[in-house]
Design a protein around this ligand. Structure first.
Ligand code: BGC
Length: 808
């Protein structure tokens, strides 16, 4: 071990204490051995360094930092160089703000458009997610700060996120939910990773040896540290034995005591503890050295400009009838929509950034060569109808040649801690769109939303620009594109389906029981729509430009492809060339085709270039559950190259040799998966896929330490049911107010055990056991345990603190 000398000097109390956090964001220092403390902060699209009281939900203010577009936005750029540059800037800001570990990027798969945190995630596709994440990580870590890709793994649902068991077959786990992390770790060389709240196949992600040891460390060669999500630790000792290093945020010394008991009883070995300490020491010591002589400031203006550039390259032009965009110079426009006055530019929750400055369309539109006839909010962003507001907007629309309408999802639609229940934008916006369309046919829509939305109203628009959540400089980015200063080049990182009912996990998501069953298997996003021949509104990889590109001369070798791309139009522009691979008549069921490579190429008007996209270890592989490894099926693979998943311009075949004769499936027993009709997979078939019995997700009456507060609905104790009712009423009230109450949401979905993990030592697990007894109807027994536990916890904490305060 690298730090054997220090470890030899550490007492077991010091080792155990070192493996859990000291406060909301810091690790514990051990002064007598010269071990410093390091600081972690969210987040993925801007730094959220709380200088004062820490909370992890974005409630207390943080130091001003640049708010860049969120991951869901940047993924539309398909530009790994841009991602790396953004990572560098994030790293630079983090360093200057005294942050050593940046808690991001988030790269969970967008299993359903409903997931409340999709705005923080890259894509429905693991390859694109992984490549983008790796680029951020390279950039961040080049500045001496460590990135912390999250949430590892299968954390695609917010509802009861801390008390949910993801039931997923091994192949889907590997191909869909882990491949992005594999790329992030192997290519991005992430030095830390965050374990998710949920269980994966019955074991908490943070205790999951299969995930943390067999796959992450042994297969992928990860040599950094695993940090728990905030409050995600269940049994710290099992976590440490499985390869998890740092329990966050602040369990006090309760978790450390549990660790010592576990070592003394032989539940885990001291070698395991030493290894985790060694890995953590390596990270802490390196980060501490990296931060010496750091710059204390960053260039706010420069970073604002970078935020704008990233937003510009990430916007997706969905529609542009009769070339209405770019607007001609001096066009007579009406600016309508509350988002033009007060943009929706980031999501709610732990990723919330306190901006250095915020641009709005209404403030800066005068910098553009447009004749603005007026500006009107048009709708209430909280969804309430307002006839006077609407009339004002309609009157204004009548006076202009073109209406620029800024709209989309409001704040309470998408947030950490909640999943959407539908994919619609607020009805008052839809009504306004319909009426604006009657008044003025030249309607140009600018959408802000962090995830896919239903667009049954899209035919009202001549043009639609999807800006996702584009950060503090997003206003200028959208106006640059609308006026043609920049030619749009973004392409969708996810499919926009026609309706929610068309999504593959519609019937399985979000699960309301203890388990969430991933019955749709590998059929996520375009993998499903294509296989099941479901028409979509805008396909994965789609996006328009003001110019057009042609594809020719596809050449395939064993190393990869070469193809010529020509800019056929009169404007310079960039094209995202996508390579998909499929195996017609495959023996092992699979999607029609899958993304296996892409490149963004900038071409001047009339220019052509030969671009190369290499094959890699992921090009032809599938995970074989019988050989328990990646294999290649022999066959004639089709290589499809195109401008989107639905716009393949050129294709050819290549024969690839197989790697095994061992076949994983019995086709007759997996008919849904062979046909792709996975909307109603029967139990027997899902069990065949899983290779085991489906775990029972129902509640059996008694609640446990791992059940969430919202399960008190089932509690035996009337008092607990009352608390449940109160919490539900608070949640409902917040929902009605149009602003998510993150505290209530967090508690609502939080398991009882988290009280011992997040209260800085005020509550320990013994007290939690008492509380659970009360909930289960044993009031006096439970109360007795809570009270005696309180005194015991206090005195044990004091004794432990004394041991840690030793000077030598
Ligand atoms: C979120 C993480 C975040 C952490 C710290 C958790 O609730 O899931 O993404 O990094 O809080 O704020």
């Amino acid at each position: 071990m690298k730090y054997q000398e220090i470890i030899d000097k550490m007492t077991i109390e010091e080792k155990a204490a070192f493996l859990s956090g000291k406060g909301e964001w810091q690790t514990r220092e051990i002064n007598r051995l010269g071990i410093p403390s390091i600081f972690c902060s969210d987040g993925p699209h801007g730094i959220r360094k709380q200088a004062g009281a820490g909370d992890h939900l974005g409630l207390n203010e943080s130091l001003p930092a640049t708010c860049f577009p969120t991951a869901a936005t940047v993924a539309n750029s398909w530009d790994t160089e841009l991602g790396e540059m953004l990572g560098e800037v994030l790293g630079e800001e983090a360093m200057s703000l005294g942050v050593n570990v940046l808690l991001g990027p988030g790269l969970n798969i967008k299993r359903s458009p409903l997931c409340g945190r999709n705005f923080e995630y890259f894509s429905e596709d693991p390859y694109l997610s992984g490549k983008m994440a790796a680029s951020y990580i390279r950039g961040i870590q080049s500045k001496g700060v460590y990135a912390c890709p999250k949430h590892f793994a299968v954390n695609s649902q917010e509802l009861r996120r801390m008390a949910m068991n993801a039931v997923v077959d091994e192949r889907t786990l590997r191909e869909i939910y882990l491949t992005g992390f594999e790329i992030a770790v192997r290519e991005g060389k992430a030095r830390t990773i965050m374990s998710a709240y949920n269980e994966v196949n019955g074991t908490y992600a943070n205790e999951n040896k299969h995930l943390l040891k067999e796959i992450l460390r042994d297969e992928w060669g990860f040599d950094g540290i695993v940090i728990t999500d905030w409050g995600a630790s269940n049994d710290h000792a099992l976590g440490v034995a499985a390869g998890s290093n740092l329990e966050m945020p602040n369990p006090g010394l309760g978790s450390a005591r549990e660790l010592i008991v576990a070592v003394n009883s032989g539940k885990i070995s001291e070698e395991d503890v030493d290894e985790r300490v060694d890995e953590l020491l390596d990270v802490v010591m390196t980060l501490y050295v990296n931060a010496q002589n750091k710059k204390e400031t960053f260039d706010k203006e420069k970073h604002h400009d970078i935020a704008k550039r990233v937003a510009t390259e990430s916007a997706v032009l969905l529609k542009n009838e009769n070339g209405i965009l770019p607007l001609k110079k001096g066009s007579k426009v009406a600016i309508i929509g509350d988002f033009a006055f007060s943009p929706r530019y980031q999501g709610a929750g732990s990723s919330l950034v306190n901006v250095t400055r915020l641009e709005t369309v209404t403030d800066i539109v005068s910098n553009y060569d447009l004749q603005v006839v007026g500006k009107s909010p048009g709708y209430n962003r909280n969804g309430m109808e307002d006839a006077a507001m609407k009339k004002d907007a309609l009157d204004l629309a009548g006076k202009a040649d073109i209406v620029l309408f800024f709209f989309g999802l409001n704040e309470d639609s998408e947030s950490e801690g909640l999943d959407r229940t539908h994919m619609r934008i607020p009805q008052n916006q839809i009504t306004l769109i319909q009426e604006l369309g009657q008044v003025n046919p030249n309607l140009v829509g600018v959408i802000s939303a962090g995830s896919a939305i239903e667009m049954p109203w899209h035919h009202y628009f001549k043009a639609l620009l999807h800006c996702y959540l584009n950060g503090q400089a997003g206003a200028g980015a959208s106006l640059d594109i609308i006026t043609g200063k920049v030619n749009p080049s973004g392409k969708l990182n996810e499919t926009i389906p026609r309706r929610l009912e068309d999504t593959s996990c519609y019937r399985y998501y979000p699960s309301r029981e203890r388990t969430t069953e991933y019955r749709e298997c590998i059929y996520v996003g375009y993998r499903y729509y294509e296989k099941a021949a479901i028409p979509v509104l805008y396909p994965f990889g789609f996006g328009l430009s003001y110019t057009s590109f042609s594809y020719s001369d596809l050449e395939i070798t064993n190393e990869g492809i070469r193809v010529t791309i020509k800019n056929e139009g009169e404007l310079d522009g960039a094209e995202i060339v996508q390579m998909y691979i499929g195996l017609p008549n495959a023996k092992v069921f699979r999607p029609e085709k899958e993304l296996k490579g892409f490149i963004k190429v900038f071409l001047k008007a009339g220019e052509s270039k030969v671009v190369e996209i290499p094959f890699d270890d992921k090009s032809f592989r599938y995970f074989n559950i019988n050989t328990n490894q990646w294999e290649v099926e022999e066959g004639d693979y089709v290589i499809k190259v195109g401008a989107s998943s639905a716009d393949i311009r050129i294709s050819d075949m290549i024969h690839v040799e197989g790697t095994t004769d061992i076949f994983p499936y019995c086709e007759d027993n997996l008919k849904s998966y062979y046909s792709g009709k996975i909307e109603n997979v029967p139990d027997a078939e899902f069990e065949e896929l899983l290779g085991r019995v489906i775990p029972d997700g129902k509640w059996n009456g008694l609640l446990s330490e791992n059940d969430a507060f919202c399960q008190m609905y089932y509690a035996k104790s009337g008092l607990a049911r009352l608390v449940y009712k109160k919490l539900t009423a608070m949640k409902k009230k917040a929902e009605e107010s149009g602003k998510p109450d993150l505290n209530t949401l967090f508690i609502y979905n939080m398991p009882f055990r988290a009280m011992a993990k997040m209260t800085g030592g005020a509550v320990d697990m013994e007290m939690v056991h008492g509380i659970v007894k009360i909930v289960n109807g044993h009031f006096f027994r439970g109360l007795g345990q809570v009270i005696s536990g309180y005194f015991r916890n206090n005195s044990k904490n004091k004794a432990y603190e004394k041991l840690l305060a030793r000077e030598r």
